[in-house]
Design a binder for this molecule. Structure first.
Ligand code: NCD
Length: 362
C-alpha cells in the first residue's frame, strides 16, 4: 500500500517545556511509589537499584536453568501483556525483550513496520501508542527520535491508562537497558577482583552517536573511583553533555585517538560500531576506521583479566579470531540482556521479591 497521507502532527501543550527541562527534575514524573515506573534514561538508576537489579538478574538466570524454576517464573506475569513497538531496526534488543517477557509468562504483541498499521492512514504515532495502552500492560519502544519514548511516557502518565514505558533505544541519545546489561556484565566479569569499583574502562569507536556508550557513561557516577578512556577518531568524540556530566560528578576521563596506548592500562575495552545511519552525509563518511579495530594481535597487549565487550552488531571492529579468547565476553553480554530485561520487568511489576524468595528456597 502506498503512503498517500501525510502523518498527522499533534500539538501537546506543555510537552516542549517538559522536554527542555533538566533530567534530574523530570525523574519524579517517571517514578511511582518511590519505584521506577517508566525507564527512559539511565540517570534514573542509583547504586542501590543497580545492585538490586544485578542480584535479581542472577536469580532469574539461575532459576531459569531448571524446569521447576522456569515454570515458577512463567507463572509470575502470566496475566500481563506487553507491546514491543520497534520502529527502528533491532535484533538483540527486540529478541531479548521478547524472550524476557516469555520467561515471565507474559503475552507479547509487536509492531516493527508501521506500513502495516494505521500510521499509513496518517494516524499520529502518539495516537497509535495510546491505542496500544488500551490493550497491554507494558510498552517497550525503540525509535529513531531522541525524545519519543519520553513523550509517550509523558502522555500516558497523564491519561486514564498509564502503562509503564521502557526505552529500548532512543535515536542517537540513550539506551538505558543496554547500560543495565553492560553493568551486569562488568559486575559479573569482575566478581572476583573487587567488582566494578576502581576499574578503568576504554570506550572505543563512534562515541558521538553511539547511544550505548552515552548511557553507560551516565551510570559511572554510581561507582567508586572509575576512570574512562574515550578512544575515537576526532570526528566521533564524546559529546560535551556527557563530558560535563562526568566533570560535575568528578569522574576521571581521558580522550585520545591512540587506541594501542590505552590497551595495557584498562580492565575493560568496550568496542562500538560507527553509527553511519545517523550520518549527515553517509556517502562522504568513511566506511571503517581500522585504527579503532580490535585485532587478534592485541590479545597479548591487554591485561590477563581485561574483558572485551561490544553491544553488537559488529562490523569489522573485532576480528572473529578474538571470539574464542575467554576475555571476549560480548556473546555472554548479549545473553545477559535477556536476564537483565526479565529482571527489570519483574521489578516494574513488583514480583521480584517472589523471585528472590524462590531462589533462597531452592
Ligand atoms: C546497539 C544499538 O542499537 O544502539 N545495539 C544494541 O542495542 N545491542 C548498538 C549499535 O547498533 O551499534
Amino acid at each position: 500500500m502506498t503512503h498517500f497521507t501525510e502523518k498527522t502532527i499533534q500539538n501537546y501543550p506543555g510537552w516542549d517545556e517538559f522536554y527542555a527541562g533538566e533530567v534530574d527534575e523530570k525523574i519524579d514524573f517517571f517514578t511511582k511509589g518511590h519505584r521506577l515506573f517508566d525507564v527512559i534514561y539511565s540517570q534514573q538508576f542509583d547504586r542501590r537499584f543497580l545492585d538490586y537489579i544485578c542480584r535479581l538478574s542472577n536469580a532469574i538466570r539461575l532459576l531459569a536453568k531448571t524446569k521447576a524454576g522456569s515454570r515458577k517464573l512463567r507463572r509470575l506475569l502470566a496475566h500481563k501483556r506487553a507491546m514491543l513497538y520497534f520502529v527502528q531496526p533491532s535484533t538483540r534488543t527486540f529478541l531479548s525483550f521478547l524472550n524476557a517477557c516469555h520467561i515471565l509468562g507474559m503475552k507479547v504483541s509487536d509492531i516493527r513496520d508501521t506500513s502495516t498499521s494505521s500510521e499509513i492512514k496518517g494516524e499520529s504515532q502518539e495516537d497509535s501508542i495510546r491505542t496500544f495502552a488500551s490493550y497491554v500492560d507494558l510498552i517497550v519502544i525503540r525509535h529513531p527520535e531522541a525524545g519519543f519514548s519520553e513523550k509517550t511516557a509523558w502522555v500516558l502518565n497523564q491519561s486514564e491508562r498509564p502503562v509503564p514505558v521502557i526505552n529500548g533505544g532512543s535515536g542517537p541519545d540513550q539506551h538505558p537497558t543496554q547500560a543495565l546489561l553492560d553493568i551486569y556484565t562488568l559486575e559479573r566479569s569482575f566478581e572476583h577482583i573487587g567488582r566494578l569499583d576502581g576499574k578503568k574502562i576504554a570506550m572505543v569507536g563512534d562515541l558521538k552517536r553511539g547511544r550505548t556508550v552515552r548511557s553507560l557513561s551516565y551510570l559511572m557516577k554510581n561507582y567508586e573511583d572509575i576512570t574512562l578512556y574515550f578512544v575515537s577518531p576526532k570526528v566521533f568524540k564524546m559529546k560535551e553533555d556527557i563530558k560535563s556530566f562526568l566533570e560535575k560528578h568528578k569522574i576521571q576521563f581521558y580522550e585520545t585517538d591512540d587506541f594501542q596506548s590505552v590497551m595495557p592500562l584498562v580492565d575493560a575495552v568496550y568496542m562500538t560500531r560507527i553509527q553511519k545511519e545517523y550520518a549527515d552525509d553517509a556517502v562522504e563518511e568513511a566506511d571503517d576506521y581500522p585504527d579503532f579495530f580490535f585485532k587478534e594481535a592485541y590479545l597479548s597487549i591487554i591485561q590477563p583479566h581485561c574483558v572485551i565487550m561490544h553491544p553488537l552488531p559488529r562490523r569489522y571492529e573485532i576480528e572473529v579470531a578474538v571470539d574464542k579468547d575467554p576475555r571476549a565476553v560480548y556473546w555472554r553480554q548479549e545473553r545477559n540482556g535477556m536476564w537483565m530485561r526479565a529482571a527489570l520487568i519483574a521489578y516494574i511489576f513488583r514480583v521480584e521479591k517472589e523471585i528472590l524468595k524462590e531462589l533462597t528456597a531452592q
